[in-house]
Design a protein around this ligand. Structure first.
Ligand SMILES: [Mn+2]
Length: 280
């Protein structure tokens, strides 16, 4: 079993047997480095509630959640305001998950939660590659003098995973310096062929910032960025990624209170359902 403490665990159709599970879902309710519009800490709980509003069956993957074995561990509980403690707890939980040869599925939370999970994943899989869906490049070296925050997460990742093993998809916002970095390191992927060239035959960690979806699709997020993908475009990428060896994943940055219609939360739940089939 994982060492907690954990809060509620009630994602639809999850098994209550950790030992038999292939995938471990962990809620990571942290938004300590959000600058202007906090609230991603409420993401995991709202996604769980919203999961009951969608079907367990995916017409895309022609599978039902009851056909796969995933364990919802609930939410990690963090010491309020303590970033270092938060990152350590996430890394430890991810490490435990990988040590049991299970796949990690983190539910954010802000994007910084990806970094400790990636570190744990990289320890287990040194050949690891990363697929990063986001509106934003997240390649700042520092942001508001912080080197460890949601907007530096992929830059920090590039310090232990070679840039040739990082594939960024959907990026349409960044500073001049970030775009120069992308150009120099060739991390932006535009076609399915380019993606497969980069990551095929390697273990993959998939991180999805939900703001890669256009704000008209998902307004409930901390840093909405017009010009994003449609839901179906994201699913097309998932279809491309079928058959890849995805060993860990996360879905981050739902900030449910910015969308009182709750459509964003339901959309996030549906993305996660498809990710479950993709990584299974
Ligand atoms: Mn983003």
């Amino acid at each position: 079993m994982l060492t907690g403490p954990f809060l509620s665990k009630n994602w639809m159709a999850s098994t209550d047997n950790f030992n038999k599970a292939d995938i471990v879902m962990v809620g990571l309710p942290y938004d300590g480095t959000c600058c202007s519009r906090p609230g991603a800490r409420f993401g995991p709980a709202d996604i769980r509630l919203s999961s009951i509003d969608i079907e367990t069956y995916s017409p895309v993957f022609k599978k039902d959640l009851t056909d796969i074995k995933f364990y919802d561990a609930g939410e990690l509980e963090f010491q309020f305001g303590n970033r270092e403690d938060t990152l350590l707890k996430i890394e430890k939980a991810a490490q435990e998950t990988f040590s049991h040869n299970k796949k990690w599925l983190g539910i954010g939370g802000e994007h910084l939660i990806t970094l400790p999970a990636l570190k744990a994943c990289y320890k287990k899989y040194p050949e690891l590659s990363v697929i990063h869906f986001d509106a934003h490049a997240d390649l700042n070296d520092t942001y508001l003098n912080e080197s460890l925050c949601h907007s530096t997460v992929i830059r920090r990742t590039s310090e232990f995973i070679k840039s040739e093993n990082i594939a960024q998809i959907g990026i349409h916002s960044g500073t001049k310096e970030e775009y120069e970095w992308i150009e120099q390191h060739n991390t932006l992927v535009k076609t399915p062929d380019d993606l497969l060239k980069k990551v095929k035959n390697k273990p993959v960690y998939l991180t999805i910032d939900l703001d890669v979806l256009d704000p008209s699709v998902l307004p409930g997020t901390g840093t909405p960025e017009p010009g994003g993908m449609s839901f179906n475009e994201l699913i097309e990428w998932f279809i491309t990624m079928q058959g890849l060896n995805i060993v860990g994943a996360d879905v981050v940055e739902l900030s449910p209170h910015y969308d009182s219609s709750k459509v964003s939360s339901i959309t996030a739940a549906k993305v996660i359902r498809e990710v479950l089939f993709l990584i299974n």
